[in-house]
Design a protein around this ligand. Structure first.
Ligand code: C2E
Ligand code: MG
Ligand code: MG
Length: 768
């Protein structure tokens, strides 16, 4: 039994006892009156001494019970004493029942039948009158048996049929009374139990509710949110939580004079009423509002408030829950900044620019104005990054942004839209010519070097320009056009600007066409190799040839390598094409043995992409193995850009190739970042002077000086020098006098197909 059940049982017992005792006074009084009247009725027939004695016993019993009741009512009843009070009550009942019941012995069996019936009805009447005892079955049982059993026995003992019948009826009546009492007792007990269970339940619920309310109160009070309860009519604060006290700086007591509008500074009576309108007309339960609140010391803070109205309270109240969103606003601002601005330069980023350009075009369309889009790309920025490091690269970008910013007008919008790519939008232009002025100025400001970490860094920019609405009305197309124009500017030598023209579109379409065919060129066997002899002008004989890739496509015709090699590099085809070239070149070189007794060397051009792909070493190996060409008879021509890479990978590959005996030549020397340091570092054997210098030898003094310097440098590093693009005797003589021994060029032969080269091998060299 749980403590609560135990408690309930005790309470029921207590209530039962209470009922029994409290009703006892009237029951005692009634019994006294009924017995007195009954005795008076009997007084004519019995000896008065005998009746008086019985009456005295009865009075004593009743008095005893009376005193017991009085004691009970006066006493402070404790739980532990309940059963002893019950015992005392039952004892009183027992005494009273026995006293009254014994009366039947006084006149049985001698009396007339009417007296006998009276003697039977008398205890029955008293029994019926004692329903006050029904709540306790046992008490009732004692009473009824002591009262009625004597008369039932007496009647039965008479022996005749009538008395036996009366006795049986009376006995049945006893059973009926007992059954009735039992049911009443059970009903009483269960209804009391239910009552107490409900009571406890209600108490439990109340307690839980209180606990919850207290907790809620505490939480609300401690909440960092500010909570204001204000009179809805006067807007004076009735109650505020600690959050409000702490954030606003008023004392708790001061709030009783503060109007909500003193706090919600950007609301006045009119706007506040309007704000709360949905609450008053019942359309909404809450309204939210974002604004600025003022503290006692006058400082303000951004906040978000939620208002509720309770018209059930008197007076009606407004509850305002306010959240200080200073931190959130700062975060939001930061996020907005991050989403729209470039962290490095502080210019708008691509994301913002895209949206901005969209709206700028809409404006321009409405006002019939022009918009100019400039794409600015730093030339050689990758080299700055690779050679000077990313920190300097970043600083160059920052300074680039500053230069662009200071040059522009207020209405122009610059953005950094990629690594080294900037975009400028010029709006509200009436004259397109103005954009050219801006572009020229932009190119010019980059002529001055940047100073980064006390060192001078040179760079230039290439700018592509597209115009709205002249070139296109679509933003995507304008961007694409500006991009194409920028690439054109780069192709035309960098450090300049180009306006978009429809020719560029054509060339880009053409590029797409070439790319599509290039994809299948190898599989369709459209490639071949041409060979350009390399001549030893001292000995007067061919010492080898450079293998040059040729592509004939049925639709495009002959496509020169300058037009497709960079596409193959960009599309990732160069690895497989390069492998094919290597195998083909080595196989062909083996065939030369049939036409010459010399150990001829074949030179193969290798793209930097082939080094990156990682399969170069195995491709060289398999080409040599398949053809059985000795490795000394293979030369690989690499370009300077490969040597500029940050990683050690190209170096390691070159070293392995060198160790295998493969010769390494640096192609197109002088066009890139010719630097002595990597000439020394890498295991090179040959330096090929670019044909552009050879071409300009006669006209350009600078070229002459440069070629002389390259030759001197090559000799001092013990490198073989090969001069490319030798077309005439003058060039030949110049080179010969500078001790250049090997030449390559149209003077002797352009690149030719294999068969023709075989023929050349058998021809005498026309110059020596
Ligand atoms: P490169 O390696 O510098 O090749 C020499 C280029 O100069 C060849 O152009 C050749 O035809 C040209 N040339 C030779 N002598 C003269 C001359 O006296 N005058 C003039 N004006 N030009 C001369 P080509 O065959 O058009 O090749 C162009 C470039 O394409 C090559 O320059 C090379 O960088 C690249 N290339 C060619 N074949 C391959 C290849 O199989 N793989 C790779 N990765 N690149 C290749
Ligand atoms: Mg070459
Ligand atoms: Mg070359």
């Amino acid at each position: 039994m749980t403590t609560q059940q135990f408690d309930i049982e005790k309470r029921i017992q207590n209530d039962r006892l209470d009922l029994l005792y409290r009703r006892s006074k009237s029951a005692i009084l009634a019994l006294f009156i009924v017995c007195t009247v009954y005795l008076l009725l009997l007084s004519g027939r019995y000896a008065w001494q005998f009746l008086l004695a019985w009456y005295a016993v009865l009075i004593a019993v009743l008095l005893g019970r009376w005193l017991l009741v009085r004691n009970y009512l006066r006493a402070k009843i404790e739980v532990g004493s309940l059963s002893s009070w019950m015992k005392k009550f039952r004892l009183g009942i027992f005494a009273a029942g026995l006293t009254v019941g014994s009366l039947s012995f006084l006149f049985f069996p001698r009396e007339s039948l009417s007296y006998q019936l009276l003697a039977i009805i008398f205890p029955i009447g008293i029994t019926a009158g004692t329903v006050t005892m029904l709540p306790d079955f046992f008490s009732f049982f004692i009473y009824i048996t002591t009262l009625m059993m004597p008369v039932v026995l007496q009647t039965a003992m008479v022996g005749d049929r009538l008395h036996s019948g009366i006795s049986i009826l009376a006995f049945i009546l006893i059973l009926f009374f007992l059954k009735f009492s039992k049911e009443f007792n059970d009903n009483f007990t269960s209804s009391m139990r239910l009552r107490y269970e409900n009571k406890f339940l209600v108490e439990d619920l109340g307690r839980e509710k209180n606990k919850l309310n207290n907790r809620l109160g505490r939480i609300l009070n401690d909440s960092s949110n500010e909570i204001f309860v204000a009179d809805a009519d006067t807007l004076i604060c009735l109650q505020v939580n600690m959050g409000a006290v702490e954030n606003l700086g008023y004392l708790q007591s001061e709030f009783n004079e503060i109007n909500l509008l003193d706090i919600f500074t950007d609301l006045d009576q009119h706007s506040f009423t309007k704000l709360l309108e949905p609450l008053y007309n019942g359309n909404q339960e809450t309204v939210t509002y974002k604004g600025i609140n003022r503290r006692k010391n006058g400082t303000t803070y951004p906040m978000e408030a939620r208002f509720q109205l309770s018209t059930k309270d008197v007076p009606p109240i407004i509850v305002a829950t306010v959240q200080d969103i200073t931190e959130r606003s700062e975060w939001e601002e930061k996020l907005i900044y991050q989403a729209n601005f470039d962290q490095l330069t502080g210019l708008f980023n691509r994301h913002y620019m895209q949206a901005y350009m969209d709206s700028a075009l809409t404006r321009a369309r409405r006002q019939h104005l022009k918009v100019v889009l400039l794409f600015i790309d730093l030339d050689n920025f990758k080299n700055i990054n690779d050679t000077l490091g990313h920190d300097i690269g970043d600083e160059v970008l920052r300074q680039t942004a500053n230069r662009i910013r200071t040059l522009l007008r207020e209405s122009d919008t610059p953005a950094r839209t990629g690594g080294d790519e900037f975009t400028v939008l010029l709006e509200g232009l009436e004259e397109i010519a103005h954009s050219e002025v801006v572009a020229r100025k932009l190119v010019d400001i980059f002529k001055k070097p940047f100073t980064v970490n006390k060192r001078e860094v040179y760079t230039s920019v290439s700018i592509g320009i597209s115009l709205y609405p002249d070139d296109s009305e679509s933003l995507d197309q304008l961007m694409q056009y500006a991009d194409m124009a920028m690439y054109q500017a780069k192709e035309d030598g960098r450090n300049n600007y180009r306006f978009f023209s429809s020719d560029m579109c054509r060339s880009s379409e053409e590029q797409m066409l070439v790319t599509n065919h290039l994809r299948y060129a190898l599989a369709k066997n459209e490639f071949s190799l041409s060979f350009q002899p390399k001549i030893d002008i001292v000995k007067g004989r061919i010492i080898g040839a450079e293998a040059l890739l040729r592509w004939h496509n049925p639709e495009l015709g002959d496509v020169p390598p300058d037009r497709f090699i960079y596409l193959a590099e960009n599309m990732g085809f160069i690895e497989s094409i390069g492998t094919w070239v290597l195998e083909e070149a080595c196989r062909e070189a083996m065939r030369w043995q049939e036409f010459s007794s010399e150990k001829l060397q074949v030179s193969v051009n290798i793209s930097p992409q082939q080094f990156r792909a990682g399969s170069l070493l195995s491709a060289v190996d398999s080409a040599l193995n398949l053809s059985c060409l000795p490795s000394e008879q293979l030369e690989l021509e690499i370009t300077e850009s490969l040597l500029l890479q940050d990683s050690d990978r190209p170096f390691n590959i070159l070293r392995t190739l060198h160790d295998q005996g493969v010769s390494l030549a640096l192609d197109d020397f002088g066009t890139g970042y010719s630097s002595l340091s990597y000439l020394k570092r890498f295991p090179l054997q040959v330096l090929k002077i670019d044909r552009s210098f050879v071409r300009d030898l006669q006209e350009n003094e600078n070229s002459r000086a440069l070629v002389e310097a390259i030759i001197a440098m090559g000799h001092s590093l013990k490198l073989k020098i090969v001069a490319e693009g030798v077309e005439n005797e003058a060039q030949l003589n110049f080179l010969r006098h500078r001790d250049v021994k090997i030449i390559q060029g149209f003077l002797f032969s352009p690149p030719v197909p294999a068969e023709k080269f075989h023929a050349l091998l058998q021809t005498a060299i026309p110059f020596k």
